[in-house]
Design a protein around this ligand. Structure first.
Ligand code: ZN
Length: 113
């Protein structure tokens, strides 16, 4: 085991923007469906989007930009920070473990304490 470098783990959370789907509905499509729902009527789809600057209706779904389609956000985290975050590691523990290790080394050399 080398003492240089550091160990990292990956912290992963579900992307809130797409809810883990990795894709999102175009905001104008969302608006369009809301308006249609309220009016209980159908506007001309192509005309509706044309009024908003689109020669043709854009793709309804597109890749979610924060997660780039993965559905999760990932970040490298120092292993020590990760263990602390899940409550599996305290700074005190490592102090105790090192002290214990030093004691054992001394004992193994035949020292009394
Ligand atoms: Zn996303």
């Amino acid at each position: 085991m080398t003492n240089t470098g550091r160990f990292v783990v990956i912290h992963e959370v579900e992307c809130e923007r797409c809810g883990g789907e990795g894709v999102q509905q175009h905001s104008l499509w969302t608006e369009y469906f809301q308006i249609q729902e309220e009016k209980k009527d159908q506007d001309d789809l192509v005309a509706w989007f044309r009024e908003r600057g689109f020669s043709e209706p854009p793709e309804q779904m597109h890749v979610c930009w924060p997660c780039e389609g993965a559905g999760v956000l990932r970040q490298n985290v120092d292993l020590r920070d990760a263990l602390q975050a899940i409550g599996a590691f305290r700074e005190d523990d490592s102090e105790d473990m090192l002290e214990e290790y030093d004691r054992r080394k001394l004992w193994s050399r035949g020292a009394d304490q």
